[in-house]
Design a protein around this ligand. Structure first.
Ligand code: GDP
Length: 528
């Protein structure tokens, strides 16, 4: 270690800011525990994530999360692995998720696609993958649960290639079929990593490195078939290449079993050696802001009522350039007003650690940040603004009303806050008025979260009425009135001013387009 203080660029070069994308139950929480365990951030797995019956939590902030044993809010965990600093940004693991899930992905530079060996690519993995692909971020694939019976490894490679369009390039290859896992072939060195299972994953698995001849002597046919398959893949061009990985054309693949801490070391090595460091962020003018420019960051998520002990509003920022120092006063780009960063935290479960400084790639929670909204830029020095966060197409709709009409003030302020946070989209129209706007969501669980927050954080209990819409298109002022008169169609306005036509079915949209071709009905581009 040099005695010279590292520069901002050197700090940025050490950062890897990543998220795990997976379908519920693929093993994300288990993997998170295992990663932390390897990085020696905790001593015993199980101390971090609080599913029902397990101790401690990272992200069980809301009581609803505790009751259901799922994580709704997202946390970021920072840990060191050698010289590398990894910022692991958590994405909610339930199949009903919100815009917030997508927004989190705007804050990462790479993703880990975690796949259950028996199930292959599942729906939520694919949805999240699409978001990563649109952003062009590199993806590392980990095939998990290889200790259990599952699909053939070659089969899974075909599925990844066919469904994601990325070429899978194995860096390790399993020795033994799923369920009869003996170890891993380390593709670059051709050696075998033989594992001794740890006790239920509570400790880091021990492994031995065997030369090919030793591997063949100890694992026989399983080794030979692993070696042959791996060689075949190599000959077919399934070979890891840093450049194509960084471009999102290929995805390095590793096999493992998070619950036994197998494969986790390989994952950390890839993160450290191959995942991109904190990258310059592109501003609204299309300019890349160098990481060593003056401090800048943007808000990718806002959350209030995180837990009852600290009832407040936290804005999570991702540092894009410069050095963040707690207490510094920065400029809030949207209003041009100063913003004092007196209360800055890193969240590690319910424990908040005060952050004194942070660098590009880091995630910081700013407490009591009432003026900050998702997408806002903070900076010091001359002005800079990062692009707005993408808005996603809602798929579920409800009409909402206050249970107690005398609480209209609380109702209004709750609607505004939760719309800004991205808990739901509030869609307004003259037809519905202010008393009962339409809510739009990507997943129906968002309505429950909304109702819970309205009641507990804003003291405005709500009731819902179903709406018969399953399709949404973009329209314009010229077509709005005529469309609103159509059967099974209603026009509403989103907070950003965009006019949406809600329709009973996609067929209804086609019918209208046929009978009234002059009316504007366009697919809603759901952000990038
Ligand atoms: P999440 O919903 O993606 O966070 O999944 P969890 O980490 O909670 O894991 C879901 C279930 O799969 C739990 O019962 C885990 O113990 C189990 N699991 C996770 N990883 C493995 C693994 O490598 N092998 C096996 N057999 N089970 C695993």
């Amino acid at each position: 270690m040099s005695a010279i203080t590292p520069t901002v660029a050197e700090h940025a070069a050490r950062r890897r800011t990543v998220a795990v994308i997976s379908h519920p139950d693929a093993g994300k929480s288990t993997l998170t525990e295992a990663l932390l365990l390897h990085a020696r951030a905790i001593t015993e797995a199980g101390a971090v994530h609080g599913k029902r019956g397990r101790q401690g939590t990272v992200s069980d902030w809301m009581s609803m999360e505790k009751e259901r044993g799922i994580s709704i809010s997202s946390a970021a965990i920072q840990f060191a692995y050698g010289d590398t600093i990894i910022n692991l940004v958590d994405t909610p693991g339930h199949s009903d998720f919100s815009e917030d899930t997508y927004r989190v992905l705007s804050a990462v530079d790479a993703a880990i696609m975690l796949v259950d060996a028996a199930k292959g690519l599942e729906t939520q993995t694919m949805k999240l993958f699409e978001v990563c692909r649109r952003r062009g971020i590199p993806i590392i694939t980990m095939i998990n649960k290889w200790d259990r019976p599952g699909r053939a490894a070659l089969d899974l490679m075909d599925e990844i290639r066919d469904r994601t369009g990325m070429l899978p390039t194995p860096l390790t290859w399993p020795v033994g079929d799923p369920g009869h896992f003996e170890g891993l072939l380390d593709v670059p060195s051709g050696r075998m990593l033989r594992f001794t299972r740890s006790d239920g994953g509570a400790r880091v698995a021990e492994w031995q490195t065997l030369e090919p001849a030793e591997a063949e002597a100890s694992s026989g046919a399983a080794w030979v078939s692993a070696r042959d398959e791996s060689e075949l893949l190599g000959l077919d061009g399934y070979r890891h290449d840093s450049e194509t990985f960084q471009l999102g054309i290929t995805t390095p693949v590793i096999f493992g079993a998070a619950v036994h801490n197998i494969g986790v070391h390989s994952l950390l090595e890839i993160l450290a050696d191959e995942a991109p460091a904190a990258m310059p962020r592109i501003d609204v003018d299309g300019e890349a802001r160098p990481v060593d420019a003056d401090f800048s960051a943007y808000v990718f998520k806002v959350q209030s009522g995180l837990d009852t002990a600290h009832r407040d509003r936290i804005a999570f920022i991702r540092v894009c350039s410069g050095r963040f120092e707690r207490g510094m006063t920065v400029t809030h780009a949207r209003t041009g007003r100063p913003f004092a960063t007196k209360y800055a935290h890193q969240l590690f479960g319910q424990d908040r650690e005060v952050v004194d400084e942070a660098f590009p790639g880091d995630i910081v929670g700013l407490v009591n940040a009432t003026m900050l909204r998702p997408g806002d830029t903070l900076h010091s020095g001359p002005g800079v603004q990062f692009p707005a966060l993408p808005v996603f197409t809602p798929e579920h709709f409800r009409l909402v009303r206050a249970v107690d009409v005398s609480k209209h003030k609380q109702f209004r302020s709750g609607l505004e806050s939760l719309d800004q946070e991205g808990v739901v989209q509030v869609l307004r129209s003259t037809r519905r008025g202010d008393q009962s706007p339409v809510l739009g969501a990507v997943g129906p669980l968002q309505f429950e979260v909304f109702a819970d927050r309205m009641q507990h954080d804003f003291n405005a209990p709500v009731k819902f009425e179903p709406l018969p819409y399953e399709a949404v298109m973009r329209t314009d002022e010229a077509s709005a009135e005529a469309l609103d008169r159509q059967r099974e169609c209603e026009v509403v306005r989103r907070a950003d001013g965009v006019l949406l036509a809600l329709l009973s079915t996609p067929w209804r949209a086609k019918m209208i387009a046929r009978t009234d071709p002059d009316l504007t009905l366009e697919p809603l581009d759901d952000g990038a």
